[in-house]
Ligand binder design. Structure first.
Ligand code: SF4
Length: 353
C-alpha cells in the first residue's frame, strides 16, 4: 500500500521520483563513486564544496547512464548551475546555439536545461525529435510579457511595418513575426529590413539599445527581463570604485544607462568569448550569476566579481528533475503544427541572413 502510494501515475505511466530512480538503478554514494567521478568533480571544484558532491554524484552518474541508454542529448543554457553545465550536458551555449547544434546530433531525445521558450525553439528546429523540459515552471518574464494576440493587435495598429521578434518569445509570438533576432544580431537584422520603421518585440531595453545605433524608427513593447532590469548604473559605478581596474561587460537586456557604464556589451556567447580572448585580471559580468561560475572553471586566471542576480525560472531545473524527466519521459514539448511552420519560418529567415 505504502509503495503504491509512493508511485503516482501520469498518463497511465508509472512515475518514479528522483530517489526512487536511484534505488531502481542501484546507484548510491560510496568511496568508489568518489574515485570514479574525480575528473567530473575537478571541473567544478572551484565553485562546489566537496561535501556537496556526495549529493550530486549519484544523480550525475544516473543521468549520464540513462542518457546513453535512451539515445538522448542534454542541452544546457549558459545560466544553468555548474553541476548541470559541466557534468551532464553535451551541448552548452545560448538558446539559438543550443537549438541549432541539437539538429546536428544523432539523438532521438533532446532534453533542454533552460526555460520553456528555449525548449520550443529546439522543437521548432528539430520537429522529428522528442524534446523534453525537466520543469514546467521554467518560464520567463520576457517571453510571458506578450502573446500572439498582442502581436496581431500591434500589426493591425501599424500596418505594413515589419515585425522583428527576439528569440526569447513563445512559438505563438514567433509565428506572428516576420523575422526573429538574437541579442547579438538584433541591429544587423533591423538594418537589413527594407522599411524606415520596424516593430521590435518584446524587450524594451534591447529595443532602446538597438534604437541608439540605427537610423530606423523603432516601435517598442514594454517587455523586460526580470534579471537584467535589476541592474543600475549607480551599482556599476560603485563596483568600479570598490574594485579598481575591473572590466565591466553587460548583456543588452540591461538598460541603455547600464550599457553606457560598461566596457563591452553582447549576448551571453559574446560575453564568454570576450573573457576568453581578453583574459582581464578582474571582470564584472552584468548578467545572471551562474554564468560567472560556469566560465570561471575555464578561466582560472580571471577574477570574477559577482553581482548576484539569479533567474528564478532557470533555477527550477536541477539534477533531480533532469533524472525524472529522462526516466519518465516528461514534460514533452508539443507545438501546434500550423504555428510551428510559421514560427520556424521566422527563425530560419534570421539564420539565413
Ligand atoms: S534571465 Fe531573463 S530573459 Fe533569461 S530566462 Fe530568466 S527572465 Fe527570461
Amino acid at each position: 500500500m505504502k509503495d503504491r502510494m509512493k508511485k503516482q501515475t501520469i498518463n497511465n505511466k508509472q512515475y518514479l521520483s528522483g530517489p526512487e530512480i536511484l534505488k531502481e538503478m542501484n546507484i548510491s554514494w560510496s568511496k568508489e563513486m568518489f574515485d570514479k567521478t574525480k575528473e567530473d568533480y575537478k571541473k567544478v571544484s572551484r565553485v562546489i564544496p566537496e561535501i556537496e558532491w556526495s549529493v550530486f554524484a549519484p544523480y550525475i552518474q544516473a543521468i549520464n547512464t540513462l542518457k546513453k541508454d535512451m539515445n538522448a542529448v542534454i542541452l544546457a543554457h549558459n545560466y544553468q548551475t555548474p553541476e548541470i553545465f559541466h557534468c551532464v550536458s553535451d551541448i552548452r551555449g545560448d538558446s539559438l546555439q543550443l537549438a541549432k547544434e541539437a539538429g546536428n546530433v544523432d539523438a532521438e531525445i533532446i532534453l533542454q536545461c533552460g526555460v520553456h521558450f528555449m525548449a520550443e525553439t529546439s522543437k521548432l528546429l528539430n520537429m522529428d525529435k522528442t524534446v523534453l523540459i525537466p520543469s514546467m515552471e521554467a518560464g520567463c518574464s520576457l517571453a510571458e510579457s506578450i502573446t500572439g494576440e498582442d502581436v496581431k493587435k500591434i500589426k493591425n495598429e501599424n500596418p505594413n511595418i515589419p515585425v522583428v521578434t527576439y528569440v526569447n518569445t513563445s512559438a505563438e509570438v514567433k509565428a506572428e513575426s516576420d523575422i526573429c533576432c538574437t541579442s547579438s544580431n538584433a541591429l544587423e537584422i533591423v538594418n537589413s529590413l527594407d522599411s524606415e520603421e520596424v516593430i521590435f518585440l518584446p524587450d524594451e531595453f534591447l529595443a532602446m539599445n538597438v534604437a541608439k545605433e540605427t537610423k530606423k524608427k523603432i516601435i517598442m513593447w514594454k517587455g523586460r527581463c526580470e534579471v537584467h532590469e535589476e541592474f543600475t548604473p549607480e551599482e556599476i559605478i560603485e563596483f568600479r570604485e570598490n574594485e579598481p581596474g575591473v572590466k565591466v561587460i553587460a548583456h543588452p537586456e540591461c538598460s541603455p544607462d547600464v550599457l553606457a557604464e560598461s566596457d563591452f556589451s553582447g549576448s551571453t556567447s559574446a560575453m564568454i568569448n570576450w573573457v576568453k580572448i581578453n583574459q582581464p585580471k578582474k571582470v564584472l559580468m552584468v548578467t545572471e550569476c551562474s554564468m560567472s561560475d560556469n566560465i570561471s572553471v575555464e578561466n582560472p586566471n580571471v577574477n570574477f566579481v559577482r553581482p548576484c542576480n539569479l533567474c528564478p525560472h532557470m533555477k527550477t531545473i536541477n539534477l533531480e528533475n533532469i533524472l525524472e524527466s529522462l526516466w519518465n519521459k516528461q514534460h514533452e514539448i508539443i507545438i501546434d503544427p500550423e504555428i510551428a511552420i510559421k514560427a520556424k519560418q521566422a527563425v530560419n529567415k534570421m539564420i539565413d541572413l
